[in-house]
Write a protein that binds this ligand. Structure first.
Ligand SMILES: NC(=O)c1ccc[n+]([C@@H]2O[C@H](COP(=O)([O-])OP(=O)(O)OC[C@H]3O[C@@H](n4cnc5c(N)ncnc54)[C@H](OP(=O)(O)O)[C@@H]3O)[C@@H](O)[C@H]2O)c1
Length: 268
């Protein structure tokens, strides 16, 4: 099956207005699928839909939804309407704060956890069931190297990404024999507007080695049939970032703490 047959007729991209989500939408549309584009800001979504129409001749639907809001799932379902969704991409999910847990009010962390876990969970349940019935489809959950362990300045974020990792692995185990592809794409530093803003807020320069949004989106779509995990920049058979002994985990957390403190702990 080609891409459109396998993952059509519609794709949903949650977090599509910029960065990797925008790149996913453009590349998915170029492969023939119209997208339902979701983010908070409607203007960049509408501009993206017009750009996609001009580039690929595909009509997209845009929906302004705050994924942290209690009614986010219902609003996504309403935006999708009766369209058949064969591909769900959960892209939104960076941590805009980069602070210690106790240095912000609890609502910020509840919002982050709601956006990154519960809404994704509900969307996957809703969209994957008809995919299983049809015997085809794809679920792509964008992740971060933070998923492999706790870390200072990102306690809630890392926990939400660990949730995504385990959830994607379990879903893959249940669905890959039934024609539904599940992948969590684990990113490292990637050049997105949100990443640049976070660095600017902390008075940090953009590092030399960052992936481009277009590169990681292309890799995600290529690896989608080969789940459950793909680590950006790391070959399939390399163990990567996941020590498991208590001592090794402690050492890793303290090592990440030293790096995070340099980045997040600084002020312009
Ligand atoms: N950039 C990196 O270096 C990096 C590294 C590792 C992992 N990642 C992962 O890559 C993904 C994309 O990250 P990113 O850097 O592009 O930042 P991001 O803040 O996740 O932004 C991506 C998109 O999500 C939307 N979004 C954010 N919060 C939302 C909300 N509450 N409701 C609806 N839409 C929301 C944004 O649009 P609106 O502002 O219009 O809502 C934007 O279109 C995330 O899952 C992140 O964890 C990124």
């Amino acid at each position: 099956m080609n891409f459109a047959d396998r993952y059509g007729p519609w794709a949903v991209v949650a977090g599509a207005s910029e960065g990797t989500g925008r790149a996913f939408a453009r590349q998915i549309a170029a492969l023939g699928l119209p997208c339902i584009l979701i983010a908070r800001r409607e203007a960049p979504l509408a501009a993206l839909a017009a750009e996609i129409k001009a580039e690929s001749g595909v009509d997209c639907v845009v929906a302004s939804v705050d994924l942290a809001a209690p009614d986010a799932f219902e609003r996504i379902v309403a935006a999708v309407g009766s369209r058949e969704v064969g591909l769900f991409v959960s892209n939104a999910g960076a941590d805009p704060h980069g602070d210690h847990f106790l240095d912000r009010g609890i609502q910020d962390w509840i919002d982050l956890a709601q956006r990154n876990t519960m809404v994704t969970l509900r969307c996957c349940h809703h969209f994957a069931e008809p995919m299983r019935t049809r015997g085809k489809g794809g679920i792509l959950l964008v992740n971060s190297g933070a998923c492999y362990g706790g870390a200072s300045f990102m306690a809630t974020y890392a926990a939400s990404k660990a949730f995504t990792l385990c959830f994607a692995e379990g879903l893959w185990a249940e669905l890959h024999t039934q024609g539904v592809d599940v992948l969590t794409l684990v990113l490292g530093r990637t050049d997105t507007p949100a990443f640049r803003k976070m660095l600017a807020d902390k008075g940090q320069p953009v590092p030399d080695q960052v992936a481009s949004a277009a590169e990681v989106a292309a890799m995600g779509l290529e690896r989608l049939p080969h789940g459950p995990v793909h680590n950006w920049g790391v070959a399939d058979d390399v163990a990567g970032f996941a020590p498991n002994s208590a001592a090794a985990r402690r050492e890793r957390i303290l090592m990440v703490d030293r790096i995070s403190s340099q980045i997040f702990g600084s002020r312009p």
